[in-house]
Design a protein around this ligand. Structure first.
Ligand code: CTP
Ligand code: MG
Length: 555
């Protein structure tokens, strides 16, 4: 039951069509292929935010009648879109055509009174719907169809992979099964918007932007929700009136450093979320990390959230990845394949540590695609050279300029298949001189490592930082060995073509531990029936808990 109830009716409202079926441009977030004009990252983010501000999250009784529910809500204004999903209960995301409708709805909403506990009367857009007369609703009505917001079951994925006709088709099927859905993207922006309302109690004009894999086109269902609390509305200050002899400044408190300011702000917002935030549980303040953050779970959306502040460079690097992910349809398919492969072999983990992160793997794939001949992706330097005055961006003294309009970038003439690219990826990194060289997507070529970190991937904007500083020699070695094995498996597959679909083949074979696959390095260790092993493995790549494979301190 993966179909989702949906309703679109908002005559004449241009903004209502963001990401909808009618106008899929800007759909790169969810992978909707769109060969017409692609929207700029900043445009997509602004539209999504505006959309989220017209939206409410409602916990509903399980036996709700959809028609009556919509009729009841429509008293407050037309609804442009809605869907239901399951996450420890039934929830509805309801988007109105007009923001005013939310006020009207909130005016008719009560703060609950209980005899045993007292409520903090915070009036948010996270609501609870109760039936006045529960028995009335059930009679003869079908229940709503609810989506799950989780990745597909291991059984489903196993089927998908075995029925695909080629490795290319397997990689595409994997991408389709794991990428964020339109509904999931809406829910992510809505959750940020709900948190923004709480932070606005302190900083009325703040913005909470999602960043990282929620918006960079590489998000997998179940991945965490990275949020950035923006107190200067990045980029919006420049058009202020600046005439005359005077310059007006705010009176402010001063603290010893930017870092201390960030820590102080996150500390109070963390307290606020913990004490007053509806649905915010397990709030942890991790303020001594390199990038201080507040981590919490948002009940209702079910997301594991990481809130940071003063982190505009990370938002910019999400935009860069968005551009790379949107430029060529092979990029995302390859990244998803590599990420699932790494997860299946425990190269990545949900526990912070010496493991490779998804972010590092993505950079490795981008670098590899820059090295193809002809290149599939342009270097960051060449994206910078295509930039015009509007694209100019300096953040914390770092030049983060690159072209923002994807439509102006010439598509690659490279026609290599995904199967070939996957095999070559493993071969390339199976033989990479990690001991000497660093990976650098700015220049698109290896450079001498500036220090002795086992894996050195230069941060594209803060060029003195290594994004994979946390990776140990052991973990790197494991990655290299598995890459070699995988290249070998794919090479064998090519030789003995007739791969019967009863055995795991292609991508499914790659997801098995070394030695377990039919075609792998002839280590005869077949204890369990193959199908069981495949299922176990596929279960492990399906993230049942939020997929956090990053060292928070390494950001
Ligand atoms: N980031 C960074 N340097 C790091 C780690 C993270 O700049 N060493 C930034 C990147 O922009 C990254 C974002 O922080 O996309 C979020 O980090 P994280 O959640 O670890 O990675 P995601 O890309 O969101 O991937 P995942 O799906 O694993 O969450
Ligand atoms: Mg993330």
């Amino acid at each position: 039951p993966h179909s989702i109830s949906r309703h679109l009716s908002c005559p004449g409202t241009r903004v209502a069509s963001v990401g909808s079926e009618e106008q899929p441009s800007g759909g790169a977030e969810t992978g909707t292929e769109d060969k017409t004009l692609q929207k700029k990252f900043s445009e997509v983010q602004k539209e999504r935010r505006e959309q989220a501000q017209r939206t409410v999250l409602i916990h509903c009784p399980n036996n709700i009648n959809e028609k009556k529910f919509l009729k009841y809500l429509s008293q407050h204004g037309s609804i442009s879109n809605h869907f239901f999903y399951e996450s420890f209960g039934l929830y509805a995301v309801v988007e109105f055509c007009q923001k005013d409708s939310i006020n009207s709805l909130q005016n008719g909403t009560h703060t609950p009174t209980q005899s045993t506990e007292a409520a903090i009367p915070f009036k948010s857009r996270f609501l609870n719907l109760k039936l006045k007369n529960p028995s009335n609703q059930v009679s003869g009505q079908s229940f709503v169809q609810a989506d799950s917001q989780s990745p597909p079951s291991s059984k489903k994925l196993f089927e998908l992979l075995s029925y695909a006709e080629s490795i290319d088709a397997q990689l595409t099927a994997l991408l389709k099964a794991f990428q964020l859905t339109e509904e999931n993207v809406r829910l992510r922006h809505l959750t940020c918007s709900l948190i923004e309302d709480i932070a606005a109690a302190y900083f009325p004009s703040c913005v909470v932007w999602p960043f990282g894999s929620s918006v960079n086109t590489f998000g997998k269902l179940g991945c965490d929700l990275d949020m950035f609390l923006d107190l200067d509305e990045t980029g919006n200050l420049s058009d202020h009136k600046n005439t005359g002899n005077f310059l007006m400044e705010f009176q402010v408190k001063n603290v010893p450093s930017e870092r201390v300011a960030t820590q102080k702000i996150l500390s109070v917002i963390g307290e606020c979320l913990d004490n007053f935030g509806p649905g915010c549980v397990g709030v942890q303040k991790i303020l001594n990390a390199r990038c201080p953050l507040v981590r919490f779970s948002h009940q209702g959306s079910g997301f594991q959230c990481d809130l940071t502040a003063n982190n505009s460079i990370a938002l910019k690097s999400s935009e860069l990845l968005y551009i790379y992910g949107s430029l060529d349809s092979r990029v995302r398919a390859l990244v998803f394949g590599v990420r699932c492969w790494a997860r299946a072999h425990s190269l990545t983990s949900s526990i912070p540590g010496a493991w490779i992160t998804n972010f590092s793997l993505t950079m490795m794939v981008i670098f590899f695609l820059q090295r193809r001949s002809p290149p599939i992706l342009p270097t960051l330097d060449s994206l910078k050279s295509m930039a015009d005055a509007e694209d100019r961006c300096i953040l914390e003294g770092n030049n983060c300029t690159f072209i923002q309009d994807i439509n102006k970038i010439k598509p690659s003439g490279n026609t290599e298949t995904l199967e070939l690219l996957l095999k070559e990826f493993f071969e390339y990194f199976g033989n990479f001189a990690f001991n000497k060289n660093s990976i650098n997507i700015r220049q698109g070529r290896e450079q001498n490592k500036p220090d002795s970190s086992p894996l050195y991937i230069q941060n594209p904007f803060e060029t003195s930082l290594n994004i994979s500083k946390n990776v140990s020699q052991n973990q790197l070695q494991k990655f290299v060995e598995l890459a070699r094995d995988s290249a070998w498996i794919l090479e064998q597959e090519k030789k003995d073509q007739p791969s019967s679909s009863s055995h795991p083949w292609g991508l499914a074979a790659l997801l098995l531990p070394p030695g377990a696959g039919q075609t792998s390095l002839s280590r005869k260790k077949k204890k369990k029936p193959m199908s069981e092993k495949v299922k176990g493995l596929l279960a492990s790549i399906k993230s049942n808990s939020p997929d956090r494979s990053t060292d928070a301190s390494g950001k």
